[in-house]
Design a protein around this ligand. Structure first.
Ligand code: HEC
Length: 295
């Protein structure tokens, strides 16, 4: 297991300065601040949501992710703009709606984050160690709850995913490796594991389950899965950070006292695929960046 350190101070790193200014103006707005002072937690969240309705801070991640995507980097001094997310090199529109999916060049089923890392290798020439140092270390620190350090991998993922907004997930499972990944995800979801002998299904397949006053989403219900999965990457108010599908699964695995979920791993893609397949059985549309009071 890795050690997780927490950061106490919010880091505006990665936010463009114009955005930062707008954001500070927003934070200092008296209506918002006084509104918070007396409100109960739930009223606070809904006031916050309303206040943010026209300005989801997750948009910063989209903009910063776009800058990163088109920035030349790595030993090959190339950008990621020719990355093929399944619909052809550089085609972003609708690509996330069909991911995780099988890629013949790697002969694997890859999640969005996994595919971004593949393109960092093939297009930019980064090796595993460089990806670990430049992208995953901060990404993993960022997985500490309420840690608001910004992960460049999450920024990239938010940008690419935003290009599928307004579209429903379309998960066909045409390739045998996709069917295998789906079955692996299903098995992982339903299998009781770890010292606590819990499965994901224990908390997310039974209607009406409540934990710490929060109703747990039934991820086997297509409408609910559609709303939940279609909102990731989401700006999470409680954390002041954007969280991806990987992050959420990782948080729950940690709560189950299970080992680290490696970003881009087979299990990572499988768990996402199982849940977005459910989502694809509804008409719910992707809305990225999502915004959630907590996640
Ligand atoms: C002990 C109960 C428990 C188990 C086991 C559990 N979760 Fe969770 N899960 C939670 C809680 C609590 C939340 C947060 C709900 C909230 O605050 O909105 C959550 C949230 C989620 C969400 C996001 C919901 C949203 O509205 O954004 C997903 C997706 C999810 N879990 C997937 C999983 C997966 C996959 C597993 C198995 C690897 C799993 N969970 C295991 C309790 C559990």
């Amino acid at each position: 297991m890795k050690t997780r350190s927490k950061s106490a101070s919010p880091s505006p790193k990665g936010l463009a300065s114009t955005h930062r200014k707008a954001w500070l103006v927003f934070l200092c707005s008296t209506t918002v601040v006084t509104g918070f002072a007396q409100a109960s937690d739930d009223a606070k969240f809904s006031a916050y949501r309303d206040a943010l309705a026209d300005g989801n801070p997750g948009e910063f991640w989209v903009d910063d992710g776009e800058d990163l995507f088109f920035k030349k980097a790595g030993p090959k001094n190339a950008s990621l703009e020719k990355c093929d997310f399944g619909l052809g090199p550089g085609v972003l529109e609708g690509a996330y709606a069909q991911m995780p999916r099988y890629f013949s060049d790697t002969d694997r089923v890859e999640s969005l984050e996994g595919r971004l890392m593949t393109c960092m290798k093939t297009l930019q020439g980064l090796d595993d160690k460089q990806i670990q140092e430049q992208y995953l270390n901060i990404h993993y620190l960022n997985a500490a709850e309420e840690d608001n350090r910004v992960s460049p991998l999450a920024q990239l993922a938010t940008f690419v995913a935003s290009k599928s907004s307004e579209m429903p997930f379309q998960i066909a499972l045409d390739h045998p490796k996709e069917q295998h990944a789906y079955e692996l995800g299903k098995k992982t979801f339903w299998h009781r594991m770890g010292a606590m002998d819990l499965s994901c299904a224990h908390c997310h397949a039974v209607p009406g389950r409540v934990l710490r006053g929060v109703e747990l989403p039934v991820m086997t219900d297509p409408e609910r899965a559609g709303k939940v999965m279609g909102a990731f990457p989401a700006y999470v108010n409680k954390d002041g950070n954007v969280r991806t599908q990987w992050w959420r699964n990782e948080r729950c695995l940690l709560a189950m006292r299970l080992p680290w979920l490696k970003t881009g791993s087979e299990i990572d893609a499988a768990l996402i695929l199982y849940q977005v397949k459910k989502a694809s059985e509804s008409d719910e549309k992707i809305a990225v960046p999502g915004i959630k009071p907590r996640a």
